[in-house]
Design a protein. Sequence first.
Length: 326
Amino acid sequence: MDYLGHVVSGRGVEMEPTKLQAVREWPTPTSVTQLRAFLGLTGYYRRFIRHYAAIVGPLTDLLQKNGFQWSPTAQATFEHLKTALVSASVLALSDFSKPFILETDASAVGIGAVLAQDGHPIAYFSKKLSSRLQQQSTYVRELYAITEAVAKFRHYLIGHHFVIRTDQRSLKHLQDQTIQTPEQEAWLPKLLGFSYAIEYKPGPTNAAADALSHSFHMAISIAQLSLMDDIRAALLTSLAFQQRVDLFKADPQDYPHHSFCDGLLFIHHRVWIPNDTPHVISLILQEFHSSRIGGHAGFLRTYTRIAASFAWQGMRRDVRAWVRAC
């Protein structure tokens, strides 16, 4: 089936052959406008290319004001990008009955990640770092790579247990660390609501690594967020929750933006909390405010974090009051 420049088949997802032919025949750009057109086409298929941001970096630099000066480096990058697109692998279709593997890595100029199942890539993600982040420590860049990758693939990962693989050994203790830096305070809450384990893999054995980091030990962290399990257990006693789930399953079309997964009901990708379970709010406040990851942030930040992951029915005013009291 052809769909928006992609071909979906039993093999998986691949680029449309006519688009590949256009890439093969693309002439060398002679102006910024032509370069933007080429990067627009390749950027649309960036999920097929590992470390796209790192590859295309020399070309994006030419887009700066008065910065278009075609050079041998630009020509080599141009040819490399064309080859990477033409030889891109077929991406596998996701199977939500199997666990996802998210491999992440950060270099001095960008971050990269690959989402996979059974050793087959589902999608690639890459992003160029800002000049400020390029000056940060390896730990900060690797942590940023994890949070950005999880946010990018949220629609695959939310409600499912997955494994994060990184070549930064200290990140295996991510869920056991006390918040000490502004980066941890800003980024760690983005991982709340996800069920995951972190595996440390040395750079040479990490499929998503760019070989910039090298280590010689491996450890496995079995840390797992227990909040969602506690919420599932509490919802078992909620009559409103069971009624809403039964109505949704009976006629999903009457409940748009709803989805049911792993014992939880989602509305607009947020976990729905019925109004007959106020005790669940205590569990959420404990995790988002009083725990090590919560960090005892102020009212607005705490409420914003909670509202981004959970939805209520007729309880918004009560929740705001409880957050203020906390």
